[in-house]
Design a protein around this ligand. Sequence first.
Ligand code: SF4
Length: 237
Amino acid sequence: MRYIDKLPDPKGEAAVLGTFVHEILEDLLNLDSAERSLATAKKIAGRVWEETAIDEDFISLCLAEDEVKAFKWRAWRLIEKYFAIEDPKKVQVVEAEQTLAVEIDGVPFYGIVDLTERVGSGLRVVDYKTGKTPRARYVDDKLSQVWLYAAALAETDNEVSEVRLMYLTSGPIDRVVDTNEVSKAVITHRKTWDALCEAIVKNDFPHHVGPLCNWCPYLENCPEGAIEVQRRFGPRS
Ligand code: SF4
């Protein structure tokens, strides 16, 4: 619906907040290491806020004055937590917010890597997360993103030795690169691409209903999703 029908895809508060925090961290990490202090982060936050406040995704949230204040505080708490988790002055940045557009095993890949840093074992690819830490049974799912980043970076001759999901709410989930996991992520990427190509040829885009339909911005355009939501949660008020 977003890419084929080009229907609007409002970001929602959590995503807008995530973008705000990511931009602050990106600007912070792009400074010389000695300058990466909490006081500097505050100045950056003020500057990024000026852009966020007039961004259409933020405006579309229609927040009241007290809600805007709460939004800013939530973002700032995450920045403070980041400083509690690691000292950014010690991060050896190779690249922050790197846009990667490559082919992995012949399949197009586009992604923005939050951070590649130099660590004792070589290179670590890091993705910052502003949402809740996943339950143990969902961690592997979440890691598939950074495994794929590792495969994408390998296409640019940057062999990654470690991956990290940096949950600002709770701390990092770290893994040493596991070639089996990278291969699994690449195979899933290939299967997703093949399914997408087939759907485009057939002009048939089957629905995949599930619990998340209740939060889907396209629910009003999706009768199958509406039935699923009613089945799971009862009639909507
Ligand atoms: S409502 Fe559910 S099935 Fe429909 S588009 Fe959204 S997520 Fe997919």
